[in-house]
Design a protein around this ligand. Structure first.
Ligand code: ADP
Ligand code: MG
Length: 342
């Protein structure tokens, strides 16, 4: 076969392979877009575990009519415009790939209205060239993304979808992680027409605990020790469960770097080390922690799904987190450990 440039739809489907693993990955990308648009309210509707429908409506800034087609194009983003921007990312998105990828493997419509416009517009892309059609629609200020029949045209991916219940479980987990990152945003999640979660916005710290309890459960709340620690331009806040709580709770590791949810081995390791022999070797402490760091000190462009980061000064970050957790455990009298590692 001669070398040829792939048609846009196929190129996007290949890119989708990295970003859109299952319905929950679509939900993650779309909610992140809503948050980047400044939404304070996000409503998520799911049918059949997301295989049939994912609909996300927000009250964010919306997309101007003349940019709707671009929003669906690959490598088109309003979030960065230079390498300097890339090296100091504060937004959740920056790759300009999610909508193009998702729309190449589903029937996606984008409906949006900005505050300056008196009416809303709707866009969808079709065919191998992903030609975009834009037409008038009804919608308040904000954006709705509707994703129907995910993977209908990529049978190999469709085969990897699990039961409705399993896929919804993954979606629920993504929504929970985001609800933990943004206590100020109202989020509802419904499945097959039934409201499953309703996270109300928390305004003051007493409401923070209520929301934390609603997401992580009463047992976590009961064992939670507050963390608040800073050094230079590093700061960490949140909660760790005392050793007894950590022994009882599994799968309760929530960590955020500059408000982005992460699965970071370095952070896990630092926290785990602070508990030393108070947990079994293979046991991780339960925690919800938010690390804030100068965005120049961290590279988020490591993985297409953006689950991982690379710290420029990994050792410093590791020791900082270790110190923060050890001192909280010590203060609570649950750790009779020296402050230095050995
Ligand atoms: P990225 O988030 O990396 O920029 P996306 O493909 O996810 O790329 O989105 C493309 C662009 O569409 C965004 O840069 C943004 O300008 C716009 N956009 C997407 N979703 C929304 C939304 N819910 N509200 C406002 N603008 C949006
Ligand atoms: Mg995005």
């Amino acid at each position: 076969m001669a070398i040829q440039v792939l048609p846009p739809q196929l190129a996007n489907q290949i890119a989708a392979g990295e970003v859109v693993e299952r319905p929950a990955s679509v939900v993650k990308e779309l909610i992140e877009n809503s948050l980047d648009a400044g939404a304070t309210r996000i409503d998520i509707e799911i049918d059949r575990g997301g295989a049939r429908l994912i609909r996300i409506r927000d009250n964010g800034s919306g997309i101007p009519q003349k940019e709707l087609a671009l929003a669906l194009a690959r490598h088109a983003t309003s979030k960065i415009s230079s390498l300097d921007d890339l090296e100091a990312i504060m937004s959740l998105g920056f790759r300009g790939e999610a909508l193009a990828s998702i729309s190449s493997v589903s029937r996606l419509t984008l409906t949006s209205r900005t505050a300056e416009q008196s009416e809303a517009w709707q866009a969808y892309a079709e065919g191998r060239d992903m030609e975009v059609t834009v037409k008038p629609a009804a919608h308040p200020v904000g954006t709705t993304l509707e994703v129907l029949d995910l993977f209908y045209n990529t049978p190999a991916r469709r085969k990897f979808m699990r039961t409705e219940k399993t896929e919804f479980g993954h979606i629920d987990e993504v929504v929970r992680r985001i609800a933990l990152a943004r206590f100020d945003v109202a989020i509802t999640l419904s499945h097959n027409g039934k409201i499953m979660r309703q996270y109300r916005p928390a305004k003051d710290p007493s409401q923070h605990e209520r929301r934390l309890g609603a997401i992580c459960g009463p047992q976590f709340l009961q064992h939670a020790l507050a963390v608040s620690w800073s050094h230079g331009d590093l700061s960490i806040r949140g909660w760790v469960a005392d050793p007894a709580g950590s022994r009882a709770l599994t799968e309760m590791q929530y960590c955020y770097v500059n408000n982005r949810m992460m699965k970071d081995r370095l952070i896990n390791h630092a926290i785990r080390q602070a508990y030393q022999d108070q947990l079994k070797d293979d046991q991780l402490p339960a925690y919800v922690l938010y690390l804030d760091i100068d965005p120049h000190q961290v590279d988020v462009n490591v993985h297409p799904a953006k689950h991982e980061v690379r710290f420029h000064q990994a050792r410093l970050v590791h020791d900082f987190i270790y110190q923060a957790v050890v001192s909280v455990l010590q203060e609570a009298g649950t750790a009779a450990l020296p402050l230095h590692e050995d």
